[in-house]
Design a protein around this ligand. Sequence first.
Ligand SMILES: [Zn+2]
Length: 408
Amino acid sequence: MIPRKLSLLLSVFLLAVPAFAQQQNASKPKPRVIVVGVNGMELDIIRPLLLKGLMPNLSSVIDKGAYGKLRTVSAPNCPRVYSTLFTSTNPEEHGVTGFIVGGITANTNMLKEEPVWSMLSKSGITVGMANVPATFPVMPVNGYMISGMLTRGKNCEDGVLCAPKLSEVMGGDAVYPKSLQPELLKNVGDFYIDCERMPGAGDLKGHEAEFIDKWLGKVQVIRDQQTKLFDYLLTTHPTEFTFLAQSCEDRTGHWLYPITPFNAGYNASINNFRQNAFPDQYVAFDKVLGSILKHVDENTYLIIFSDHGIKPLREFEEKDPHAHMDHEKTTPVIAKHDFADGDDVPGSFFAMGPGIKHDLRLMGLGASVYDVAPTLLHIYGIEQPKQMRGRILTEIFENADNKVAAKQ
Ligand SMILES: [Zn+2]
């Protein structure tokens, strides 16, 4: 099932890792990087929270680093953008064009270009990944990988926007290496791998307040489990490159974005209730970030990014019967991100670490999801492969030339 090109890459990589790892162990320590993906983080929502002082941890990252908008792809959704970010190639090239590709739920076997974690593994960098979208079934790395959004399981047979527990995963491995799974079940518990599916319009009708509270309660349970998982991994299995992701924020935004009566899709019984539900997700994320920051010292790079933003429906969606439903499901949707023009819903990018400029604002849409993988490779002194379409974000470094020179 794995395309020939990639299976070749993977087998080469598996043979190569031990030798590389031994060789590298003797040399000087490699950079440590933690990447945190927050799905659909919307700057319009974040900025008032920053002003109110409700996101102290993200504020500290902004003060100590570089931040701005992150240009995304057209019609952005998680698997499409994450796979673009992994490979720095466009969706048609890497093959993961959306949630469903050719009638099949997107999965790692579809990936036609080499992802950055494979390149890092091959170079002897230890890699740890948890809950990153579109990483199911997991792939071998020089470390560990726990899958995220699009993991298939009991009551989540298609893997699309539902929450299987680790013990309920079906149709592939959610944990690499396999031996890590019993360890996680014992020490972290049987956690949910992805965020809860949004309720359908039929279920909601007449029980709106009850459903919203119940759903938000489950989201918090999932976030608490994720926080425990991240903390366990960072403490017990530290790696040179760590990539963690959260997905509940985006899903909350789709149906609980704080809108007003003139917005398309407004329904008083849903949208008058828990107006802070969506902003509250970022306040909660900031606490998760706080627990991650405990593992970040002055020699660690921290990169936080979102794959796209999310905006309320607009005038041109009003007449579109599909606009009010998202992800092919039946939830009443009042905000979305898969606009044809991805520039309508840019993601965001925050970086801090050794040699990264302080308090730097990135203007316009100069930084893009294509640039993240080349920039990561640059930090490790690995040359950017030809197929990558992005560029190194040299503007965020104090002295980009020195960084490049350091790799010789
Ligand atoms: Zn979404």
